[in-house]
Design a protein around this ligand. Structure first.
Ligand code: CU
Length: 132
């Protein structure tokens, strides 16, 4: 009888431990992702050289988000090139102007990471063809 009580206590402790760990994991995941809509203005053709990317960020309700940090990484589809980087910390009516350089014509993979002041972030990938 004594042993049984001890066993059930142990089981209870394990159960609590598992719940706590699972809870931690869940809240960490929530802290990681933000429900944002990220769009890249591609109304004008992309061409080699210095440019300013226009990225629009909206929240889940469709309201513009202006207090985010935007980090852009551009990689070409072929190997052997260093990534191009760009960032900006303030938007106007949800629009962020990010200084950027298309260093070569061809196919690019643009990764746009948006981080909110509370640390939540989300990323979106854009495939971009750049005219040489
Ligand atoms: Cu290249």
């Amino acid at each position: 009888m004594r042993v049984k009580v001890r066993e059930s206590k142990f089981a209870l402790v394990m159960l609590i431990l598992v719940c706590v760990l699972a809870g931690c994991r869940q809240s960490a995941q929530q802290a990681d992702s933000a429900d944002l809509t990220i769009t890249l203005d591609s109304s004008a053709a992309f061409a080699v050289g210095k440019t300013e990317l226009t990225i629009v960020v909206k929240d889940a309700q469709g309201n513009p988000v202006d207090d985010a940090t935007i980090e852009v990484t551009g990689d070409m589809s072929h190997a052997g090139m260093k990534p191009e980087l760009g960032s900006v910390q303030k938007g106007t009516q949800g629009q962020y102007k990010v200084p950027f350089i298309w260093s070569m014509g061809g196919d690019w993979i643009l990764t746009v990471k948006v981080t909110l002041p509370d640390g939540r972030s989300t990323s979106k990938r854009f495939d971009v063809a750049v005219n040489s």
